[in-house]
Ligand binder design. Structure first.
Ligand SMILES: Cc1cc2nc3c(=O)[nH]c(=O)nc-3n(C[C@H](O)[C@H](O)[C@H](O)COP(=O)(O)OP(=O)(O)OC[C@H]3O[C@@H](n4cnc5c(N)ncnc54)[C@H](O)[C@@H]3O)c2cc1C
Length: 396
């Protein structure tokens, strides 16, 4: 490439300075970009995926009613988006007494939440980007981020080569790998040495709005209503996950039936198993100069409490609210408001999720009895149960 063709490629890609560059077009980055563009900012979003590439991802996500409403308010929840309501969450443990049920009546909401497939959700939000006026660079990867005093730069690599984009603010919503290069930002990483095993499960009784969270001897699992079936999310060791992936369906069914019991009748079938390695990653600070982190880039957590995306969407909304009306979106004062506003929610949800894993790790009869007592108290004291459900649905 000659110097002049490099320059014209650079101009074609950059098209001048933007107010905000968002890195990552997952649900969190896309929601933030839509909010910024709707407020009149010039926004570019850089996404490594090709626009038309199919998203092969088995995740079905439990979204709280708050998250669903926030996406609808941003025009990113089409009426025909396939989803399954959750009206009750039933929490129990294997081999000991005690259980808790959270109901939509506790919070007087139409539903506690909904279950939606990650690919369908991401595509629905992505479909609103251009309508909202966001300029999207598809199939383009950000390779470096640099914050300077008056602006920030991201280096990108796409089908036509490399370029640099400048903006007053860079929002990292790419999952977190780029955070390691930011001055002052460190990521705490805890490897659970576990996988989430996902599979579609059909039970004798239809889900009817009931989601299950069960702490079994082999590891906690969720059964999320997914159309007429359930989506299983089972935390297992890497060895167990490999075995379950390769095992014949009947032996997976009998293992799950033993861990779950007969609440939904017999388990009739189980689909192919997909696995996701699990780790906790959390940054010590969510901004560095003119770069700010949201969603999984700020915190990636264990899926046991189904909180990761819910928290990430609240990051996107919190950032858009904090910067609203500011002339310079990268100004330190706006980013400080965002950081202060998100600190409690992020630390509480990450702490709760991590604590849950530790709490249900032991299987001694005494520990099981204490856990059971805790669940029974939560179940039988409505104000406590309502407060707990409110935090799960609306955040802290
Ligand atoms: C098994 C499992 C089950 C889960 N279940 C739930 C649940 O029930 N409820 C819930 O709330 N959460 C759940 N989560 C968590 C949830 O999936 C994440 O919190 C959510 O996907 C984070 O969204 P995000 O937009 O921040 O990041 P992502 O969804 O990871 O999107 C990041 C985007 O950035 C792009 N990208 C990456 N690097 C670059 C780069 N260098 N340049 C440009 N683009 C880049 C990627 O292509 C991607 O599109 C679950 C997670 C797992 C693993």
């Amino acid at each position: 490439m000659t110097a002049s063709s490099k320059q014209s490629r650079r101009d074609a890609v950059c098209g001048g300075h933007a107010d905000i560059v968002v890195v990552g077009g997952g649900p969190v980055g896309a929601l933030a970009a839509i909010r910024f563009a709707r407020e009149g900012r010039k926004v570019r979003l850089v996404e490594a995926r090709a626009k038309a590439a199919p998203l092969n991802d088995a995740r079905a996500l439990a979204l709280s009613w708050y998250s669903r409403e926030a996406l609808a308010a941003a025009g990113a929840w089409p009426d025909d988006l396939p989803c399954t309501p959750i009206d009750t969450v039933h929490v129990s443990q294997q081999g000991a007494m005690g259980r808790t049920r959270l109901n939509r009546e506790d919070l007087k909401l139409p539903h506690l939440g909904v279950v939606v497939d990650y690919p369908a959700l991401t595509q629905a939000i992505n479909a609103q980007l251009e309508t909202a006026g966001v300029e999207v660079l598809w199939q383009t990867r950000v390779t470096a981020v640099i914050s300077l005093s008056g602006y920030a730069t991201v280096n990108v690599s796409g089908p036509e080569g490399e370029a640099a984009l400048t903006s007053r603010l860079v929002v990292l919503a790419e999952g977190g790998a780029l955070a390691d290069s930011l001055p002052g930002v460190r990521r705490r990483i805890h490897d659970y040495h576990q996988c989430a095993v996902l599979a579609e499960v059909r039970t004798e009784k239809a889900p009817d709005g009931v989601a299950y969270e069960r702490f079994s001897r082999q590891g906690p699992f969720a059964l999320l209503p997914h159309g007429d079936d359930y989506m299983l999310v089972w935390t297992r060791s890497h060895e167990d996950a490999d075995r379950l992936r390769e095992a014949d369906d009947d032996s997976v069914i009998s293992e799950l039936q033993e861990a779950f019991g007969q609440r939904q009748g017999r388990i009739l079938s189980v689909g192919p198993r997909a696995t996701f390695p699990l780790a906790l990653r959390q940054v010590n600070r969510v901004s560095s100069g003119r770069v700010v982190l949201i969603g999984n880039a700020a915190q990636t957590m264990h899926p046991v409490a189904a909180q990761g995306l819910n928290l990430g969407l609240r990051d996107a909304i919190g950032l858009a609210d904090a910067l609203q009306g500011l002339d310079d979106p990268g100004d330190a004062s706006g980013l400080a408001v965002y950081a202060a506003g998100r600190r409690l929610d992020s630390h509480a949800v990450v702490g709760f999720t991590h604590g849950l894993i530790q709490l249900f790790d032991g299987h001694s009869p005494v520990v099981s009895a204490l856990r059971g007592m805790g669940m029974s108290v939560l179940d039988s004291v409505p104000p406590l149960r309502r407060a707990f459900a409110r935090h799960l649905v609306f955040g802290v």
